[in-house]
Design a protein around this ligand. Structure first.
Ligand SMILES: Cc1cc2nc3c(=O)[nH]c(=O)nc-3n(C[C@H](O)[C@H](O)[C@H](O)COP(=O)(O)O)c2cc1C
Length: 166
């Protein structure tokens, strides 16, 4: 597997927990899991594959720490890297901005890296999401508030797909 780093932003620990779960399943070591609250551009440079995760806050906003890290990400040289995105949201309370943060990160990385790990929107219930492009989610989308029971299967499916690409 190519050298893989996981970068997450998480306010209440949900996305952090998912980042650790993904790491365990992919065999990514603890030192390669970065909280974007303290990560630097040099940290991004180290990896061939980046897994980037954010929850969504406000109405469709990036998680707080991502508000600054998105500028770091924009300044990084991502050419030649593969990028996979993941995020947590709440499709019941925020059906019009479901996991928008993942879509916002996608807008920064698309074109300058190879984005992998798109997923089907089938089985989700929401009205609008910036994380949907061409009828697919641009990454792994989880709703730990309402559909926690579906997360394991969703993560497993995504990881299986990623493993063929990294
Ligand atoms: C004030 C507030 C605003 C939120 N806004 C959104 C939103 O616009 N879209 C969404 O999908 N989820 C939204 N959520 C749900 C969170 O993204 C969800 O609880 C997530 O699991 C939190 O993950 P974290 O602990 O990693 O930050 C919001 C939650 C709160 C409390």
């Amino acid at each position: 597997m190519s050298k893989t780093g996981i970068f997450y932003g998480s306010s209440n620990g949900t996305t952090e927990g998912i980042a650790k779960k993904i790491a365990a399943k992919l065999g990514v070591e603890q030192k390669d899991i970065h909280d974007v609250a303290s990560a630097k551009v040099n940290d991004l440079d180290e990896y061939e594959v980046l897994l980037l995760g954010s929850s969504t806050w406000g109405i469709g906003d990036l998680q707080d720490d991502w508000e600054s890290f998105i500028k770091v990400l924009s300044s990084a040289n991502l050419s030649g890297k593969k990028v996979a995105l993941f995020g947590c949201g709440d499709s019941s309370s925020y059906p019009d901005s479901f996991c928008d943060a993942v879509g916002k990160i996608y807008q920064v990385v698309k074109g300058v890296s190879t984005v992998i790990g798109f997923t089907s929107t089938e089985g989700y219930s929401f009205d609008a999401s910036e994380a949907v492009v061409d009828h697919r989610f641009v990454g792994l989308i989880l709703d730990e508030e309402n559909e926690r029971n579906l997360s394991e299967k969703r993560i497993e499916g995504w990881i299986a797909e990623l493993k063929t690409e990294i």
